[in-house]
Design a protein around this ligand. Structure first.
Ligand code: NDP
Length: 401
């Protein structure tokens, strides 16, 4: 039916590419372009034999000219950006110049300031609208499916949602003393930052990992989880009318936190460059080079993830609670696409979002977060493409909720 350009060739891109190939009725051809051509070639070789035609190319996604000329040559209907958040604006600029639809999984973050915000991407709204092209922001799991869950809950179960808690649990074990499940640099920037949540129209700021709770997750059991600032809080605070509080919690083991604290204490998580033997190095980038590549964790990770949202609000004048979640098994993901569940739960929604753009179902000129679209076709697709969801109308609440 159409062509998609995937930029980036890491853990998430590998899953999205495989899922596009499973869906060859929609994705007749994909071009996988990234900084390291050998990785793209290897991924293409592993996909050969599928009905979808696959090709590889090299691109520096920080270079506007290179992306524009790649798009001009390939003429995709959508660019699926699965490189790093640093490249968001350059790739959006290239999409504008070439009038191509755009989708990503993480909002823009300046490389020299660990501060992610939507304002830079939302500033493109008018220009995308005038160009008649669609940008879908943050279409992984969280952000991504969490926004679709919110839109679904509001459409089918509530008149008003007042409280929303996003719970991201990973009970996977990869056997390493310390590793991150997606890009280590982006992951560590996120979890070492101060926490924040939205309450009564304003941000409440916390120290990193200051707020801890224990939750008994379906199919996983009780786990420690910590309040983090997370990017979908910003868009949901704007788009979920009547919302009073939104929080985001992620589970971490004591072992992970002990390692992280130690690395932090010695300066290894800093993004400020230092001089070392005449070279300028960024400690966090050096640490990334030492840590296992998340794309290699698949064969050794066992256990499950559970990511979902607990909503509280009213329906027909009655108080109501609703929990919507997905459970994903690391080894089942590995058997299917050769990746662990974190890449899987991000890469599948990226394919689904791109599919809805290609089919014209989620196509609207402008720049949008996922909760601004009709959630129904996405929810149907989650069940079909490997991320079935479950619901509970009487869930345990977080102790102080
Ligand atoms: P990886 O580090 O595994 O992959 C990133 C890829 O981008 C690599 O192939 C890398 O190339 C490539 N890349 C980096 N810089 C450039 C550049 N300048 N030009 C071209 N290619 C470049 O990351 P993940 O796959 O784990 O994560 C991908 C994205 O998904 C990230 O933005 C991450 O934040 C996001 N994410 C979103 C989640 C969600 O639920 N919404 C959850 C998890 C991740 P090279 O191989 O040469 O280094």
């Amino acid at each position: 039916m159409g062509k998609a350009l995937i930029i980036g060739c890491g853990g998430v891109a590998g899953v999205t590419a495989r899922k596009c190939c499973q869906n060859s009725d929609v994705f007749s051809e994909i071009l996988i372009a990234s900084r390291t051509l050998e990785k793209c070639d290897a991924l293409c070789a592993s996909l050969s034999g599928d009905q979808t035609k696959v090709r590889a190319a090299r691109v520096d996604a920080d270079n506007l000219h290179e992306i524009v000329s790649l798009i001009d040559r390939f003429r995709p209907e959508v660019v699926i950006h699965l490189a790093l958040p640093y490249q968001d604006l350059t790739i959006m600029e290239a999409c504008l110049k070439t009038k191509t639809n755009y989708i990503d999984t993480a909002n823009y973050e300046p490389p020299d300031n660990a501060k992610f915000e939507y304002k830079w991407q939302w500033a493109y709204r008018d220009r995308f609208e005038k160009a008649g092209i669609t940008a879908v922001l943050g279409c992984g799991f969280d952000p991504g499916v969490t926004g679709v869950f919110a839109a679904w809950a509001l459409k089918h179960h509530f008149d008003e949602i007042h409280y929303m808690d996003i719970l991201d649990a990973n009970a996977g074990d990869h056997g390493y003393p310390f590793a991150t499940n997606f890009n280590p640099e982006i992951n560590i920037r996120e979890v070492t930052a101060p926490g924040a949540y939205w309450e009564n129209g304003a941000w409440v700021h916390t120290k990193p990992m200051e707020i801890k709770r224990v939750y008994d997750f379906p199919q996983i059991g009780p786990m420690d989880m910590y309040l983090l600032h997370h990017e979908e809080l910003e868009s949901l605070a704007v788009n979920l009318k009547g919302i009073r509080r939104i929080r985001f919690f992620m589970t971490f083991s004591q072992n992970y936190l002990t390692h992280l604290k130690c690395l932090e204490n010695v300066g290894m998580t800093s993004i400020d460059p230092i001089d070392y033997n005449g070279a300028r190095i960024v400690p966090l980038q050096f640490l990334k080079a030492l840590l296992p590549d998340p794309a290699t964790l698949g064969p050794r990770t066992v256990g499950k993830t559970n990511i979902g949202c607990i909503f509280r609000g009213t329906k027909d004048g009655q108080e109501k609670t609703y929990y919507l979640y997905n459970v994903c098994d690391h080894q089942a993901c590995f058997r299917e696409v050769g990746s662990q569940a974190i890449s899987y739960t991000t890469g599948v929604p990226a394919m689904i979002g791109a599919m809805l753009i290609m089919k014209g179902i989620w196509r609207r000129p402008g720049v949008f977060n996922v909760e601004e679209f009709d959630p129904d076709p996405f929810m149907v697709a989650l069940n079909k493409w490997g991320l079935p969801w479950a619901e509970d109308f009487n869930p345990a609440l977080i102790d102080d909720a």
